[in-house]
Design a protein around this ligand. Structure first.
Ligand code: ADP
Ligand code: ZN
Length: 724
């Protein structure tokens, strides 16, 4: 008789599940996690919903499931989400599953409910299998039952036999510690009328237990957080779970403090800086429904919530939600998909919604909840333009005289100033005065950026680092290398020269000391211990600096004009968010924006504080050019270690693109970042009408194309954010 079989999806670069035999007496349902043998090792896979008859397997060759993990099961909506993302992004299903299992590299006791340990009594009868197991457990430690069998390479029945014999004892591990639950009524705030209107709609949406997307659209400081906390409170009262996604959670400790003030306990935190033990505990708590609220980075989207009643995506416009490596997915968009699959409302919060979200709100697909004013009536600072063509600083300096005067005044008044420049390091380019040689990365088509604090040149694309050479590698001249252009470190130097008495600080994501140091420095700024902050986009992320009175955008043109279709949007969002850091406390805020093109529509909108004008112009431009969200796009990057094969394959790929009315394939052309980590890159872009199923098209294309063999690789990105 042929054994019962089950489809198991493995977290590997495979699309289809494998068949395994189910041992006698084991009951498995889709979503169960199981240990299975694979080659000479074992791994954890997931029981996958059957899709009709699997290919017939030779019963003699089929391997058996070894054990089932006891408490963790992926809920049906998560299985559907994995399928959905795989279909949409064209990533192998197994790689998407891997994002949901990533926290489980070492399945052990923590992932099993029943543990075993040796009692000290010898077994009555010894076999080779029993010997292996007793050896393994000789150290007296508790191991998960399935884990012990797997490690010893014996069947689970051997464990049972030894338990019956009295040589081993089983221990039923206690359930996850009843996490101190957030209390919905711990400290409910007095909401303003506008906040209350929005909160009432969200509470009703949570109670309705149906999918609906809300855009919580409020200026910086309008109290969006308090409003969505009301939705979280409603989910708690309904006994359901809530997920809050934040773009930069490791740095938003202030958020956790606010949550604690509101709900009495901290939320479970989920991001890469959380240790593995803690992650295992949170995972178990989430799976058992014990953990009610998770605040996390994009990977939290793949946690096995059995009863998710609400998703919040804070700062929904933030590009950090897009993952580009591996499975190329946008966590905000996939959060909307998960909300739909589990029938829950979702809230997208932002002061500068993405064009996609804004258009969805205008079309009525998302419900807009507007908070047009700052809480408590503070004003969002206006931005005055400084035309660098007319009143720029002297050569080799970057702070215009007018801005310098304002900084001086601010410091004198006891306020803080923030200078924003989205360039890490000391100088974006280093060049030889004698021969013109430019220092470039040996494995990317990119300049090396000098980092003076670390005394190194670094590539921001691949992480390559080298000391600054004493002699020019081009001509051998000594002391001839000179920095060109400003980075935040150089700007701080200028601040120190201009205001020698001022306490200044650089805030940038690459400072030594990591997250801990950054948290400490953000705290120092919030406490008023710094007079002038010089920061990259890091400072645009929702921080609350009560003493900040002045914001100076040092070069508003940095991101514009690279042929990137999202450049205008990104510049608007960054500058608007940075300006929004000022004037949140008692001090009235002021802002200056240095630019070479004050007439540019983005600068105009920023200066006039006319958000609507920006959206009008940008939406019209996108519509005109059939750019997202009015058309769909995908990018295909063909890469190889030699330029000729990358180009050849890209051309072959282009030649077999299916011809479909309305779809245009652009390229191939060398990618703007032509070499990355030593790989030569060629790019193709596919453009299609808005309602077109681009994923299906790409799948047909891939099927028609020659296989990428050897070191050739084709990376597909549906809805790309970056066009490098
Ligand atoms: P946003 O997220 O929209 O930028 P926040 O939620 O950070 O705004 O709120 C801005 C400030 O106003 C915060 O310091 C917050 O504590 C305060 N605040 C907002 N709403 C209330 C309220 N209803 N009662 C008291 N303080 C509030
Ligand atoms: Zn590099």
């Amino acid at each position: 008789m042929s054994p019962r079989t089950v489809d198991i999806l493995l977290p590997l670069g495979l699309d289809a599940p494998y068949s395994y035999a189910v041992p006698e007496g084991m009951d498995l349902v889709p979503g169960d996690l199981v240990h299975v043998p694979l080659g000479t090792r074992g791994m954890v896979g997931c029981v996958w919903p059957g899709r009709g008859a699997a290919a017939p397997v030779d019963p003699a060759k089929i391997k058996s499931v070894k054990a089932r993990l006891d408490y963790e099961r992926l809920p049906p909506d998560l299985l559907q989400l994995i399928d959905w993302i795989a279909d949409y992004t064209l990533a192998p299903r197994g790689m998407v599953l891997r994002m949901a299992l990533r926290h489980g590299e070492s399945p052990g006791v923590a992932r099993e409910r029943v543990g075993v340990r040796a009692t000290g009594k010898s077994p009555g009868r010894m076999t080779a299998a029993r010997h292996k197991l007793m050896d393994l457990l000789a150290d007296g430690f508790v191991r998960g039952k399935g884990e012990a069998a797997r490690e010893a390479g014996v069947s689970p029945s051997v464990v049972d036999g030894l338990v019956d014999d009295g040589a081993l004892e089983t221990l039923v591990l206690p359930p996850a510690p009843a996490a101190e639950r957030p209390d919905a009524d711990h400290a409910a705030p007095q909401l303003s009328d506008a906040q209350e209107d929005a909160a009432a709609i969200l509470r009703a949406a949570v109670a309705a237990r149906t999918f609906a997307v809300h855009l919580l659209d409020g200026v910086t400081g309008s109290g969006k957080t308090e409003v969505y906390f009301e939705a979280v409170a409603a989910a708690l009262k309904a006994g359901r779970q809530a997920l809050i996604l934040l773009p930069e959670i490791a740095l938003t400790q202030a958020f956790l403090d606010r949550f604690t003030l509101r709900f009495g306990v901290r939320p479970a935190e989920w991001h890469s800086a959380v240790g593995t033990k803690r992650r295992a505990r949170i995972l178990q708590g989430v799976a058992e429904g014990e953990v009610r609220v998770v605040a996390g980075a994009r990977s939290a989207l793949f946690l096995p919530f059995p009863d998710l009643g609400l998703i919040i995506v804070d700062e929904e416009h933030d590009p950090a939600y897009k993952q580009e490596d591996g499975v190329a997915y946008h966590a905000r968009d996939m959060a909307v998909v998960r909300a739909r699959l589990c029938g829950a409302p979702i809230v997208l919060a932002s002061a500068t919604p993405s064009i996609e979200t804004e258009v969805n709100a205008r079309r009525g697909r998302y419900r807009r909840l507007a908070l047009p004013e700052r809480f408590g009536g503070a004003k969002v600072p206006g931005l005055a333009p400084i035309d660098l063509r007319k009143e720029g600083p002297p050569r080799g300096r970057w702070i215009a005289p007018r801005l310098a005067e304002e900084i001086a005044q601010t410091i004198e008044d006891g306020g803080q100033a923030l200078l924003f420049l989205n360039r890490r390091g000391y100088a974006p380019l280093t060049l030889c005065r004698a021969c013109g040689h430019r220092m470039r990365c040996p494995s990317c088509s990119a300049w090396l950026v000098e980092h003076r604090f670390r005394r190194r040149l670094a590539c921001h694309h691949c992480g390559y680092q080298a000391p600054v050479p004493e002699a020019c590698p081009g001509c051998g001249a000594k002391d001839s290398l000179m920095p060109c252009g400003p980075g935040v470190e150089r700007l701080q130097e200028e601040v120190q020269t201009l205001f020698p008495a001022a306490r200044s600080l650089v805030l940038s994501s690459d400072l030594t000391g990591g997250v801990e140091r950054m948290r400490a420095e953000l705290d120092a700024v919030a406490r008023g211990e710094v007079d002038v902050v010089v920061g990259t986009q890091l400072v645009a992320k929702g921080h609350n600096f009560p003493g900040l009175a002045l914001v100076g955008v040092v070069d508003a043109d940095v991101g514009l004009g690279h042929g990137d279709p999202r450049a205008a949007e990104r510049t608007f969002q960054l500058v608007h968010q940075v300006a929004g850091r000022a004037g949140r406390g008692a001090a009235e805020g002021r802002g200056y924006i240095q630019t070479h093109m004050p007439e540019h529509p983005v600068m105009q909108a920023l200066v006039k504080g006319d958000r609507a004008a920006f959206y009008e112009t940008e939406i019209a431009a996108r519509q005109e050019a059939h750019l997202p969200p009015f058309g769909r796009m995908a990018s295909l990057i063909v890469s190889a270690t030699d330029a000729a094969s990358a180009e050849r394959h890209a051309r072959q790929l282009a030649a077999c693109a299916p011809r479909v009315e309305g779809v245009r394939v652009l390229g191939p052309a060398e990618a703007p970042l032509a070499v990355l980590r030593g790989r030569h890159r060629w790019r193709l872009l596919a453009r299609a009408p808005r309602a077109f199923d681009l994923s299906a098209y790409l799948r047909a294309w891939r099927a028609a194309a020659p296989r990428a063999t050897g070191n050739l690789r084709v990376a597909i990105d549906v809805d790309p954010l970056s066009f490098l």
